[in-house]
Design a protein around this ligand. Structure first.
Ligand SMILES: NC(=O)c1ccc[n+]([C@@H]2O[C@H](COP(=O)([O-])OP(=O)(O)OC[C@H]3O[C@@H](n4cnc5c(N)ncnc54)[C@H](O)[C@@H]3O)[C@@H](O)[C@H]2O)c1
Length: 341
């Protein structure tokens, strides 16, 4: 098969990371077109990435027969409409997280994927991280015995979000839980299995311009296995550099700990540590920085296209994360534990 010809829908901040992933796979894919409703961004991106074909209306890009697949990095509110249009136009889609604004939209996307038989992959790039995979491998090998608690922290401290569509509910679907928790929810499921129920609380930081938007949250999880978990999310919570994104899993015979560095560099987890009850020292596993996850993600997308079906990070996985996220909001409102279907 010749190279997969990609079109970028949205000249976004995150597209830069996808672009690095595309460049790392230049033997398999090429970026042939760009689309953005903002003509200035479109022109600047086309110049920077040396792309000739540009479109301000994505429907015109979809009519181009020389494009095989689309990387959709528009804001959340447009994911469903644009992704469904891409699939119906015969283009495979790599769609950014979260899958959509609602479960109904996610279902419509899945229906379009099933009806067209094309690939719809979600950009849940942590699943392509070698470090997260190492954690899973250690768990499956029984290195910490039976894992029974997981604590995940994502504490950024950046007022950037207040000048961004992320804090506009009609575009993002909510606050930090709708926009950012999805990666961690997905990884908690990936490592600990299916979620049974959640109990959560959230608040806005004292300097948030809109106090109705959650920018700090705490969620407790019951997993179907009997394990329990805690997810701490915050856009305005200071934590010392180097430990503002991390995960710790405790088992009957040891602990796995991993620290993620600066989220803005999109670095993967650089070190995974294994601390065993009966071991004298901790064992550290080091992983490459920073965009390897985006390279693996594009590689996986190509594999799916060649296989004729979505192999990893399926729309169903994205839908489940959405369902958990919606249940977290339900619990915040009811102030009770809420059960997942
Ligand atoms: N995977 C990750 O870790 C990660 C990180 C950041 C953002 N994201 C996700 O990526 C998406 C984009 O986020 P961002 O902060 O990079 O966005 P952004 O605001 O930087 O860019 C979005 C772009 O989409 C364009 N756009 C909007 N509607 C359009 C349309 N109908 N047709 C063409 N272009 C359109 C806008 O003009 C803008 O240039 C979101 O879904 C976000 O949640 C994912």
């Amino acid at each position: 098969m010749s190279k997969i010809r990609l079109g970028a829908l949205g000249c976004s901040v995150i597209f830069r990371s996808h672009y690095n992933g595309i460049c790392a796979n230049s033997d398999k894919v090429e970026l042939v077109a760009l689309c953005d409703i903002n003509p200035t961004k479109l022109e600047q991106t086309a110049k920077a990435y040396h792309v000739d074909k540009t479109y301000v209306n994505y429907l015109n890009m979809l009519a181009d027969p020389d494009i095989d697949a689309i990387v959709n990095t528009t804001p959340t509110v447009t994911h469903a409409e644009t992704t469904i249009a891409c699939l119906k136009a015969g283009k495979h889609v790599l769609c950014e997280k979260p899958i959509a604004m609602t479960l109904q939209e996610a279902d419509a996307m899945i229906k379009a994927e099933q009806e067209t038989g094309l690939v719809l992959q979600l950009a849940l790039q942590s699943r392509h991280s070698q470090a997260w995979r190492k954690i899973k491998e250690l768990l499956e090998a029984g290195e910490i015995g039976i894992p029974h608690t997981i604590t995940v922290t994502q504490y950024w401290n950046d007022p950037w979000v207040y000048n961004n569509w992320r804090t506009i509910k009609s575009i993002s679907g909510g606050g930090i839980i709708a926009d950012s928790s999805v990666h961690w929810i997905d990884m908690m499921r990936y490592l600990m299995g299916e979620v049974d129920s959640v109990s959560a609380t959230a608040t806005a930081s004292p300097d948030a311009p809109d106090k109705t938007i959650d920018d700090s949250s705490l969620t407790l999880f019951n997993f179907k296995s009997g394990a329990i978990g805690c997810l701490r999310n915050g856009w305005r919570n200071h934590r010392q550099p180097g430990s503002n994104e991390n995960v710790e899993i405790n088992g009957t015979q040891g602990t796995i700990r991993a620290d993620l560095r600066n989220p803005w560099t999109m670095s993967g987890i650089p070190i995974v540590s294994l601390i065993k009850c009966d071991g004298p020292t901790e064992t550290n596993f080091h992983f490459p920085l920073p965009n390897s996850r985006f390279a693996s993600q594009i590689e996986s997308f190509v594999k799916s296209i060649k296989a004729g079906k979505t192999l990893e990070c399926t729309a169903q996985e994205g839908r489940r994360a959405q369902e958990i996220q919606e249940t977290i909001y339900k619990s915040i409102k009811s102030r009770k534990w809420e059960k997942l279907a």
